[in-house]
Design a protein around this ligand. Structure first.
Ligand code: ADP
Ligand code: MG
Length: 440
């Protein structure tokens, strides 16, 4: 038996602006949410996630298509759906208790029941003892918990969460995620389904039953994944990690460099594409600047804004292209969804994304394959140099190796021992990157 459909979106499109400057935020979205489901919407900023939630909760109407709840078109505010925003707006002049009670008053709950109910909710989110505190006395994490309590007071069937943890520090976010999952999986909530917007792949995998991946320009659904792992989910679980990789792959899929673009490994027929002379720091700097703009940039303006020579910039641009982080079209550089994910990611996630991409480059793969086939996984630098010499002039062969080592080290794929002048495989092989620190 398929669970009943609560929310139904059919060919939903939303545009903004007037006829001559019409902007399509999301286009032709089809999505169903069933009773009992926890669904995560994942995608780069600007792909229309918030716009979708606003249509679902009835704050705005679709330009075309149907948003219906339990088979009835949503007209005006959807009484079944409540939203928790990124940073919940509490009334600063009301105490924690009064902030939560306000939501109950709106529901015509008898006055004597309001207080008991509000106290129970405050207890539920782990805020008991703070009933008479004012929002200004609370940390961001505590305020967000009160925000949750207030949203839960409405007893929505569909709880909509718009990046509810992104304004919090790492520890508060993790704690609050845990509490929400506890509430959800233990069935203490009258809520029948959760729809959570996120741009954090691991958060989505840790919490959701289904992950809907969106892309942008215009916002659309790229693909979706079912998460079959049992709760509570372990980030170090190989199945968890495999899913992280698959989802990165889906996000990167649009910009997957063609095999011909990255060339062939040294020593095989075809051209080996030379690794451009640039570093991860330079690449990160460039991506951040592009991402802070509208996601694209005129190359000459970028040269000026970054304050570097065009020749150097072109090396970094090429590095970004090879890795699938940027596209260049007619003098404009565009950041890809993957590039954007990288620019907005934490240091560890950046390493993970970079490792995933770098290991596909023939030069890096060639170094790794050689090391894999060495008995103890160690080979002298000289050997690589000699092997490259037939294909590259001396200086270039040396520089190629330097770059491969530099990128490989950052990605935690390759190690270089300066004293012995040997290369080896990083014991983590780019894998501990995915989990290091996260469980700590
Ligand atoms: P996300 O939540 O995925 O970051 P949004 O839904 O906020 O994306 O926005 C999607 C696109 O729609 C963005 O390009 C944004 O600038 C645009 N947009 C959103 N709301 C409005 C609005 N009220 N007027 C004009 N453009 C808007
Ligand atoms: Mg948003």
């Amino acid at each position: 038996m398929t669970p009943e459909i609560l929310l139904h979106l059919e060919h939903v499109t939303r545009t903004f602006g007037k006829a001559d400057r019409l902007f399509t935020a999301v286009k032709d979205i089809n999505l169903d949410i069933h009773n009992g489901e926890f669904v995560a919407l994942l995608g780069p900023s600007g792909c229309g996630k918030s716009t979708l939630l606003r249509m679902i909760t009835g704050l705005i109407a679709p330009s075309s298509g149907i948003v219906s709840y339990r088979g009835k078109p949503v007209e005006g505010v959807n009484p079944y759906a409540t939203m928790v925003f990124q940073s919940f707006a509490l009334y600063p002049w009301l105490t924690v208790l009064d902030n939560v009670m306000l939501a109950l008053e709106a529901r015509d709950i008898p006055a004597d029941e309001q207080k008991t109910k509000a106290e129970k909710l405050i207890d539920l989110v782990g805020m008991d003892g703070f009933e008479s505190a004012y929002p200004r006395e609370l940390s961001g994490g505590m305020r967000q918990k009160v925000g949750f309590a207030r949203a839960l007071a409405v007893e929505p069937e569909l709880l909509c969460l718009d990046e509810p943890f992104s304004a919090l520090d790492v520890l508060s976010a993790e704690a609050l995620r845990g509490e929400l999952m506890e509430l959800w999986t233990s069935g203490q909530l009258p809520t029948k389904a959760v729809l959570m917007v996120s741009h954090n792949i691991e958060e989505a995998i840790a919490m959701a039953d289904r992950i809907v991946v969106m892309g942008k320009e215009p916002g659309h659904i790229v693909t979706e994944f079912r998460v079959e792992l049992v709760q509570p989910r372990q980030r170090k679980d190989p199945a968890f990690e495999a899913l992280v990789d698959r989802i990165y792959g889906a996000i990167a899929g649009h910009t997957e460099p063609e095999a011909k673009e990255v060339g062939t490994p040294p020593g095989t027929p075809g051209m080996t594409r030379i690794l451009p002379r640039s570093s991860v720091d330079e690449l990160s700097g460039m991506l951040e600047v592009i991402n802070q703009g509208a996601g694209h940039y005129d190359l000459y303006r970028l040269e000026g804004d970054l304050g570097i020579e065009m020749a150097d910039l072109m090396q970094t641009v090429e590095m970004g292209e090879m890795l699938g982080f940027v596209d260049v079209k007619e003098g404009d550089i565009h950041i890809t969804p993957l590039g954007q994910t990288f620019a907005e990611a934490s240091i560890l996630t950046r390493k993970e994304i970079f490792a995933n991409r770098a290991r596909r480059l023939p030069m890096i793969r060639w170094v790794m394959d050689m090391l894999h086939s060495a008995p103890d996984g160690i080979l002298p630098w000289k050997l690589f140099y000699t092997a490259l010499s037939p294909e590259f002039p001396d200086e270039l062969a040396e520089r190629q190796l330097d770059i491969a080592i530099d990128w490989g080290r950052y990605a935690e794929l390759i190690d270089y021992d300066d004293r012995d002048q040997t290369l080896s495989l990083d014991p983590s092989d780019g894998k501990t990157v995915a989990t290091a620190g996260k469980s700590a």
